[in-house]
Design a protein around this ligand. Sequence first.
Ligand code: ATP
Ligand code: MG
Length: 716
Amino acid sequence: AATQDPPYLAGLNAPQRDAVLTTEGPVLVLAGAGTGKTAALTARLAHLLWTRRAYPSEILAVTFTNKAAREMKERVGRLVGSAVEGMPWLGTFHAIGAKMLRRHAELVGLQSNFTILDTDDQLRLLKQLIQAAGLDEKRWPARQLGGLIDNWKNKGLTPADIDAGESEHYANGKGQALYAAYQERLRALNACDFGDLLLHVLSILKTHRDVLESYQQRFRYIMVDEYQDTNSVQYLWLRLLAQERKNICCVGDDDQSIYSWRGARVENILKFEKDFPGAKVIRLEQNYRSTPHILAAASGVIANNAGRLGKTLWTEHDSGEKVRVLGVWDGPEEARRVGEEIEGLQRGGASLDDVAILVRAQHQTREFEDRFIAIGLGYRIVGGFRFYERQEIRDALAYLRVVAQPADDLAFERIVNTPKRGLGDKALAKVHQLARADQVPLTTAAARILDTDELTPQARRALANLVADLARWRAAGDALPHPELARQILDESGYTAMWQADRTAEAAGRLENLNELVRAMEEYESLGAFLEHVSLVMDNEGAAEEPKVTIMTIHAAKGLEFDTVFLAGWEEGLFPSQRALDEGGLASLEEERRLAYVAITRARRQAIILHAANRRIYGQWTSSLPSRFIAELPREHVQEDSTMSGGESLWRANWSERADPFADVSRGTGRGPGWQRAAGVDMSKPGGGFTSRTFTREPARVLESRASAVSFGAKP
Ligand code: ATP
Ligand code: MG
């Protein structure tokens, strides 16, 4: 039969085939990193299309990033040809949510051309509401309210679902009312935030049987990658859609659940079997990605977590090189060493595309960027400080948004006096007043106020010009290609001229960015499509040009793989993060450990872990302690390589030689306050703020016995 196998089955192992061929009924694939879950899901999609079990438009396939969606589309395209082109429901939860919401926007009081707000807009709006409620914005920051609202939305809760008690800790219970006011305001602006993309759709599905049934009919098959990181609203949404046909296949790994801070619930894995009785659970155990040393190192670390579902991993790969642990003096040396190592790899024939540097925190990238620029090493930042977040880009986008969507008040506010047109706060306050009185968007109010004598002649002239400009651009939009329109808007508004006249060092770069923005628009069929893309696409990296090293956070690296992976900054307070240590709970420490597991398992051939003895934190040098996760690496799979003097490297000394590493801290021997700060030790708590479970035993020895329980390199 093997000779007649369709192409997508070639090379799959038995359980993978099972996952592909079990098309009917609920299926849960639960397996460790690199075991081919995503590969199986992709083959499954190909299989459904190839055997004509469903049209492309009848399959709902959820990926974790837009990039993953693109890759899946490409892979399936290669396997089954053009059928994949019309896969409208392949994408992230947010992209799919946005698409559904546009089709039914009126059911939640929006128009289909609603704007998707980003965090910045969201915060400005919340700030206004907090002030309007007479609250002190300093005491009750918008960010905090935003976090609260996001949490509710992640749980699938509308303002009506929240009892007052739940918002007690924000402004004495005013959280719920502010949430309600915020939703009202969004509706008036014909806008929604990211959370709404799912929450609104969930509300629609719950309250409109006909809509729900039409989707239940449409989606013959549902598939979800990275299932361990779905949050409650996503789960409820999936469950509703799958309830009728029950052809849902989810793949995930509980050890890679790293988004609980965004409301992800690993328990959803357990709920799956309850909600879909008779679900077939498939386990994949052969790892195709990494060498035995890498696997053993990752397994050794994650073995320290309690409450895992547990799984076996093995590989047929040759053992390869041990995981290297590299101790360096400070941050700059870390960047220098990584640069040298990469140049060495290049000389050995490696492509920069196969190399990644993974960091725990966004700010860690800068040191590498500086170094790589200095030595001329090409790099890309993925998921980091993004192009579309730069000031000039946001301004330009605001212009485009007002033109595309006149009710977009936030965009109007951003551009009304940028560049400066002599529209003072007084004039703007009057426009606001009229907008509120007449219940119209600011653009409409701006036009109406010209018929009154409310404004000074100067403000009137300025506003009249802007109103006329906006009307002209809107009209021109029908005739002009949208990149052309954008260029015209930027020129005629005086925005480009504003940066041309600017004498600061950044101005040239900003003008380049504006040009790049117009270039980027050419890839989209309409202004609306482009704006949609901007709101959704967080991990866009343009077309591949020359090979580059990738620098990204561990979070952004989920699902990806590279030949060589540098894991930077494995120090207490950095990784595990200070916040996880401050919270002190086992749960946050375990999530950090899952991050370590994700990080190590991104490597195909070589993982190199770095830790610096000193870091500059807020301008001050602080000595730091190697991460506990380094000590948790099984010794026989690790090669130490310290550039520091002294025989035994620091981390062994720090972590393995004491039965209780904190005994001497409490006695106050040997370590200065800098170390305590870096290590996140809170002396006011018993046990120095750490949980006793992790530190009552000597880490290295415990791990050796655990690691030896797992066999590697041979098929069991
Ligand atoms: P993660 O948990 O990190 O998301 P995963 O389980 O999704 O990992 P994949 O990314 O699908 O794993 O696969 C890991 C690597 O193994 C990929 O390079 C993939 O092409 C390869 N692979 C998957 N299945 C097989 C197979 N049956 N034979 C050979 N290689 C395979
Ligand atoms: Mg995967």
